[in-house]
Design a protein around this ligand. Structure first.
Ligand SMILES: O=C(O)CCC(=O)C(=O)O
Ligand SMILES: [Mn+2]
Length: 210
């Protein structure tokens, strides 16, 4: 696949304070997004995520696949996860996003929601392996494919809330103090029957997990 990619539209900060969520708008055409969606559905190494709560193992409804520069190991939610090395399609998208965002990423957590019944609950992406001990900013770029879904932020200490719709081909970037002060969730909706794939490009610090 050789896609010609769009330049971003103006960036807007969607958060009122304590963090930055930039909306780059659509960075792919509808046709490009659909091709990528089909490629990811067919070719990424999807697996149900596993979490351990109070000693019990649970599998999540959504599927995930983790990619990176190397076969990183990640200790998370009581389990070990191993990254796959980039597929050519993912690597090309990573480079494009790095150019748009002006930040480099060494890994990507891909999420697959088969329909609107699957989502992800309120959380922050603030695990130690995502936070630089040297004080560098945590920057996460999130690119959506397939079904339009509602995504929300809520402040951890104040009543502020921000809702947005994420469309196929849309890029948002969470940066600054966003993970420290805000949680985010992908809302569930029984009305949505189409799949959605989301790619979250991250910078992973293999030696800062504990
Ligand atoms: O699917 C999404 O848009 C968000 C996924 C997410 O928050 C995550 O992978 O940490
Ligand atoms: Mn997240």
């Amino acid at each position: 696949m050789n896609f010609e990619l769009f330049e971003p539209e103006a960036r807007i900060n969607l958060l009122p304070y304590d963090g930055v969520v930039e909306d780059f708008g659509l960075i792919l055409t509808a046709e490009q997004s659909e091709k990528y969606l089909q490629y990811f559905l067919a070719h990424l190494a999807w697996q149900h995520d596993e979490v351990v709560l109070y000693g019990q193992h649970y599998k999540t409804a959504r599927k995930v696949a983790w990619y990176g520069d190397e076969n990183y190991q990640y200790h998370y939610s009581g389990t070990f996860k191993q990254a796959h090395v980039w597929t050519p399609g993912l690597f090309r998208l990573k480079q494009h996003i790095e150019n748009l965002v002006g930040h480099s990423f060494n890994s990507c957590l891909a999420n697959l929601y088969e329909d609107g019944i699957q989502g992800v609950g309120w959380h922050s992406d603030d695990e130690p392996a995502l936070v630089s001990k040297a004080g560098l900013e945590t920057v996460i770029a999130s690119l959506s494919f397939g079904a339009t879904r509602k995504f929300s932020f809520k402040h951890k200490h104040k009543p502020a809330k921000v809702d947005l719709l994420l469309h196929s081909g849309q890029l948002i970037v969470m940066r600054g103090k966003t993970q420290q002060y805000w949680k985010h969730t992908l809302r569930k909706s029984t009305k949505i029957i189409e799949p959605r794939v989301n790619l979250t490009f991250r910078y992973f610090y293999p030696n800062e997990q504990h």
